[in-house]
Design a protein around this ligand. Structure first.
Ligand code: P6P
Length: 340
């Protein structure tokens, strides 16, 4: 029986595939591995200590920050800073990007990281899975020079790595460096991630659709047409099921394994959609395409969108290629909805 490799062994064995293979990206993934274990420990005991409930502050999104949001943000920031691997970090929990200087006071490191440290955190109080999402680029400004917003406003196509941690019934780290998607499951007894899901791929077609149908009356017509299409398919005897748990990472992860589509469209309540391009849609889109899936804003490829601001939102349609293609075709009948 082949012994599952650990994440550490996997990184070493695939070092040659990493950009530049100078070991920095390996060290970066290793830093994320450590932070994931620390956050996992806290998430798993959240119900036991007084860490639930809002920290009383609100982030730039105007959302109440759950204490675990703040905690997860601090852990990832500290771990990445201490290891001196990135020269800058952007986070959903930080109003602006944070410059990370080396011990020599310079910005010598070549990578920048963007993250949503605890996506779906409102689920913590009701014991539903949450996740961390991360996205990694090489900086575009010269090494040693100050980091600028240009380093963060890169198209998703330029990512060198992306992934998520899902703190679910088990804790998994799923990531890509552009050579496919691999999933590692944490053995909490010994704190080791094992390669449990090699070469993850979206089934070309699935029967799961994930959308908050409470907003139906506010959806663009193309999305309404897609939901009507599904109902017609069910009437013809085709099997579909609605699964939406309010945690992007968990819905994405299940859909990647079983086949499905996740949809967060524009609505009158969210005129540009809800999900953030830089640290939610781009990393999940990179993973989706690496897993033979698709990710679009309804009209264009997510990874082709030129970002204009750190916390910008876009509509997000992501998952099995045949399902994304179908909804895109229906949306194309309403070109006016492309200008969100
Ligand atoms: P709604 C969590 O806040 C999140 O960003 C995603 O993880 C999740 O899929 C979505 O928002 C849920 O949003 O408006 O349906 O509650």
């Amino acid at each position: 029986m082949k012994k599952h490799s650990t994440l550490g062994e996997f990184i070493i064995n695939n070092q040659k595939d990493f950009q530049g293979s100078t070991g920095e990206l390996s060290r970066l993934i290793n830093a994320i591995r450590l932070a994931a274990k620390v956050v996992n420990h806290e998430v798993n005991k959240a119900g036991l200590v007084d860490i639930l409930g809002a920290a009383g502050e609100t982030n730039i999104q105007g959302e109440e920050q759950q204490k675990l949001d703040v905690y997860a943000n601090d852990i990832f920031m500290q771990t990445l800073t201490n290891r001196q691997i990135v020269c800058g970090i952007a986070s959903e929990e930080e109003d602006d990007f944070v410059v990370i200087k080396g011990n020599n006071g310079k910005n010598d490191n070549k990578y920048i990281l963007l993250m949503d440290p605890l996506d779906g955190s409102s689920n913590v109080d009701v014991n539903v899975s949450v996740g961390t999402i991360f996205s990694i680029y090489e900086r575009v400004t010269p090494t040693g020079e100050p980091v600028t917003q240009d380093d963060f406003l890169q198209k998703g196509d330029k990512q060198v790595a992306a992934g998520y941690v899902v703190y679910g019934t088990s804790t998994m780290l799923v990531y890509t460096t552009g050579k496919g998607v691999n999933g590692f499951t944490l053995n909490p007894a010994i704190g080791t991630f094992y390669l449990s899901h090699p070469n993850m791929e979206f089934p070309k077609k699935g029967n799961i659709y994930s959308i908050n149908e409470a907003n139906y009356v506010h959806f663009p017509q193309g999305v309404k047409d897609y939901l009507k299409y599904i109902q017609n398919q069910v009437e013809k005897g085709h099997k579909y099921t609605s699964r939406y748990i309010g945690s992007l990472v968990s819905d994405f992860h299940r859909n990647m394994i079983k086949g499905g589509i996740y949809i967060y469209p524009t609505s009158t309540r969210a005129p540009k959609g809800k999900l953030r391009l830089l640290y939610e849609c781009n990393p999940m889109a990179f993973l989706a395409e690496q897993a033979n899936g698709l990710a679009t804003d309804g009209y264009q490829r997510i990874l082709d969108i030129q970002p204009t601001e750190l916390h910008q939102r876009v509509p997000f349609f992501c998952g099995s290629s045949s399902m994304v293609t179908t909804i895109k075709e229906l949306m194309s009948a309403y070109p006016e909805d492309a200008d969100y």
